[in-house]
Design a protein around this ligand. Structure first.
Ligand SMILES: Cc1ncc(COP(=O)(O)O)c(C=O)c1O
Length: 360
């Protein structure tokens, strides 16, 4: 069976080279007679792989020495709670932006641990716009400003980040590794792996070291970033397979040219699809403000839900899979992460043009 074009939002398509590299050594890692996932995490081969995954993430993203990378379990969802637990101890205040489904979940959990102000909420426009980064103001006492850099369901993405007097805390689950980041603006970045970095079950956390040092010791071990940092992300049995895949995906991306390649390709893939929407004479409609459309998740509607169902079905028959929009919003969503070949996006754009011509 040849590989199909998988437009799923995550878990999603991963680089074939990384999958093949894992397959080649899955049951016999480096000729040791057993697989990496069968070894104790306290053995040299696992420790070396673990460090290489951390080092390659640092190198690829260009993480400065002011920040530390942690590899944690629990998904990005755990970070909705861990961030305020660690950063808002003692009743501190934080500003949150409600830009859609994922931001909303982050806010709901943060409210259980801190004093949360929602300074932007675009409900009135059905979450189609973002704040102007140049105009963002934060309260004097804000410990941080939380944003969701890319709303995976709504297809809306911050193109620039504000410069603020407090650090930004960002959920970057669905666009990390897609472009270089201004780390000096960020106190904490968290991202579930299952879009641009590997399989689900691991979260990359990048935290500024002074913030790390201030994490309260009253927290239970697993909830405390400082405890994980002290053990180099081996506080407990780490998700070895996910970390290994992260390393292999990193090696693939580094070989392609790193974040410059990722950003260039993201631009080309998303342009192909947004151009197809624009060229359709209104058959396809994007619900998102043109200035903040996502380069990772392209969402659009067709004239009727029946046509949307037909679109998904016919696209699947032509090997373009996973295009149904999130169940909460409907419509179509094409997720075009780092591992999506450009031909996938270009092929889908062509399919869109033909579908519009036949059904418009
Ligand atoms: C932007 C964003 N944040 C958070 C999550 C939740 O991640 P997890 O399922 O790893 O907890 C997702 C999941 O897709 C997401 O897209």
């Amino acid at each position: 069976m040849p590989r199909i074009f998988n437009f799923s939002a995550g878990p999603c398509t991963l680089p074939l080279e990384a999958l093949e590299a894992a397959k080649a050594q899955f049951s016999d890692y480096q000729g040791l007679g057993m697989g990496l996932v069968e070894m104790s995490h306290r053995t040299k081969p696992v420790e070396a792989m673990h460090q290489a995954a951390l080092d390659s993430t640092k190198a690829l993203l260009g993480v400065p020495d002011t920040h530390q990378i942690l590899l944690l379990g629990g998904g990005a969802t755990l970070q909705f709670a861990m961030a305020p637990m660690n950063l808002l101890a003692g009743g501190r205040q934080a500003d949150y932006t409600n830009t859609g489904a994922w931001a909303k979940k982050a806010i709901e959990d943060a409210k259980k641990f801190g004093n949360i102000t929602v300074s932007f909420d675009d409900k009135a426009n059905n979450y189609s716009r973002l704040p102007d980064p140049k105009a963002v103001q934060v309260a004097d006492n804000a410990a941080y400003y939380h944003l969701t850099s890319n709303e995976t369901i709504g297809g809306i993405q911050w193109q620039d980040f504000p410069t603020l007097k407090c650090p930004i805390v960002a959920d970057m689950s669905s666009d990390i590794m897609s472009k270089p980041l201004p780390f000096e603006k960020f106190g904490l970045i968290y991202a579930g792996a299952q879009k641009n970095m590997g399989p689900a079950g691991m979260t990359v956390v990048i935290i500024r070291k002074d913030i790390l040092e201030a994490c309260p010791d009253t927290l239970a071990g697993y909830f405390n970033y400082k405890a994980h940092a002290k053990e180099n992300s081996m506080l407990n049995t780490p998700p070895v397979f996910q970390i290994w895949m992260l390393k292999l995906v990193n090696e693939w991306l580094a070989g392609k040219g790193g974040l410059k390649f990722a950003a260039d390709m993201a631009h080309k893939r998303s342009d192909a699809l947004y151009n197809a929407i624009a060229a359709s004479g209104g058959f396809y409609k994007s619900p998102v403000d043109a200035a903040v459309r996502s380069k990772m998740n392209v969402v659009f509607r067709l004239p009727t839900e029946e046509l949307e169902d037909q679109f998904v079905k016919e696209a699947k028959a032509q090997q373009f899979d996973g295009l149904k929009g999130h169940r909460s919003v409907g419509g179509i969503r094409a997720s075009i992460y780092n591992a999506m070949p450009l031909e996938g996006a270009q092929g889908l754009a062509q399919f869109m043009a033909e579908f519009a011509r036949k059904n418009g």
